[in-house]
Design a protein around this ligand. Structure first.
Ligand code: PMP
Ligand code: GLU
Length: 395
């Protein structure tokens, strides 16, 4: 029978991160010894104090639909968190809790973009920004960068990419996949360009806020002239190792928050009630409670950078946050490795999966075709073994 799918879904790419993770899982189920470094997912269990809060919520009989935009006391905890960690002031009507930061991003694209609106994506960017924008009728406009500038855009490059159709800019800092962290001064320089174009809404994805080895997290929303046109996206997936609990949130101008709530009211009815209760406890505790995970990621970063430096052909920046390295592997393009011709980053990632049994993700999915992404949210043992295998496969 003919498949009757919409043009919308047919035009959408499968998430490269999730696709690679599924492929690794499938190969593992067939008995292959695959090391998965494709998914950005902390390997720590959820902290006990958060688990306790979830148990308590179950036994207190939380079970029903929540307010579409989140429990009032969770929104209050988010407001307190924004003030405590970011010096950002929001009222309750500016906060919307959703089923993961990914849904927050999808809401924003759906409520802000009209057909043909351009969305600036400093590249490399997180894989889903592009397809979420396209789903909402937007046209992604990549702003390329290179390893030489630590994968950060300059004010000049930003201005050159702006057109009368530009509606939105989305970026993450700390960045998935490059690990780059914009400083307050760098963000100010970008803001100085953006203030000249008041129609552009900035979506600042700060989900890796706490996984920042510089200890200085800056948000463009803290600038008075950007606050009214910036949406801060955050969530508990990364910092609290709560990826499967699916809670994200935004701090936004009230009219945008209202629109996102309207969207959720028709699409999800709001986020999971138990996970919301647990998130209150997660956010009410100081970030020092999760420092042990950040410290471990920092150690693993050192380990993986050392191991990568011993493999000829890999060129890497020093990521300042998140838990990824994004090496430039273009020196392998056009070469034959163990009988396999490597023409691009996708070939290379596939070669590593087949030959080294290590799952990574092609940089093409992140808007940089010279690189691959390796997640080091994995045990030291796995990192050491994976890099040993990669080295053997490419030398
Ligand atoms: N933004 C970035 C930059 C991410 O890496 C992720 C990873 N999942 C998300 C958003 C989505 O997070 P969540 O699990 O909250 O949907
Ligand atoms: N954000 C993670 C990653 O980039 C999880 C996968 C996803 O949501 O795409 O690997």
């Amino acid at each position: 029978m003919k498949q009757q799918l919409s043009n919308r879904i047919n035009a959408m790419a499968t998430s490269a991160t999730l696709e690679m993770a599924a492929k690794a899982r499938e190969l593992r189920n067939q008995g292959n010894d695959i090391i998965g470094l494709s998914l950005g997912e902390p390997d720590f269990p959820v902290p006990d104090f958060v688990k306790e809060a979830a148990k308590k919520a179950i036994y207190e009989n939380y079970h029903s639909y929540t307010p579409v935009d989140g429990y009032a006391d969770l929104k209050q905890a988010i407001i307190t968190k924004f003030k405590r960690d970011n010096n950002l002031t929001y009222t309750s009507e500016q906060i919307v809790v959703s089923t993961g930061a990914k849904q927050s991003l999808a809401n924003l694209a759906m409520v802000l973009l009209n057909e043909g609106d351009e969305v600036l994506l400093p590249a490399p960017y997180w894989v889903s920004y592009s397809d979420i924008s396209k789903l909402a009728g937007g046209v992604p406009v990549e702003i390329p960068t290179s390893i030489e500038t630590d994968f950060k855009i300059t004010p000049q490059a930003l201005e050159a990419a702006i057109s009368p159709k530009t509606k939105m800019m989305i970026y993450s800092s700390p960045c998935n996949p490059s690990g780059s962290v914009y400083t307050q001064e760098e963000l100010r320089a970008l803001a100085d360009v953006l203030v000249k174009y008041p129609a552009i809404i900035v979506v600042s994805d700060e989900i890796y806020e706490h996984i920042n080895f510089t200890k200085n997290h800056a948000s463009i929303a803290t600038f008075a002239d950007m606050y009214d046109r910036t949406v801060v996206v955050n969530g508990v997936s990364k910092a609290y190792s709560m990826t499967g609990w699916r809670i994200g949130y935004i701090g936004a101008p009230a009219y945008i928050a209202r629109a996102c709530t309207k969207m959720q009211g028709q699409i999800t009815s709001g986020a999971n009630c138990i996970a919301q209760r647990a998130t209150i406890t997660a956010l009410e505790n100081p970030p020092s409670k999760i420092q042990y995970m950040v410290d471990a990621f920092k150690e693993r970063r050192k380990l993986i950078l050392n191991l990568l430096s011993e493999i000829p052909g890999f060129k890497t920046n020093e990521p300042q946050g998140a838990f990824y390295v994004f090496p430039d592997v273009s020196s392998f393009f056009g070469k034959t490795l163990n009988g396999t011709l490597i023409n691009n980053a996708s070939h290379f990632a596939m070669y590593l999966l087949e030959k080294a049994q290590v799952a990574t993700v092609t940089g093409e999915a992140f808007g940089n075709p010279n690189c691959i992404r390796i997640s080091y949210a994995a045990s030291e043992k796995d990192i050491v073994e994976a890099l040993k295998r990669i080295k053997k496969a490419v030398t």
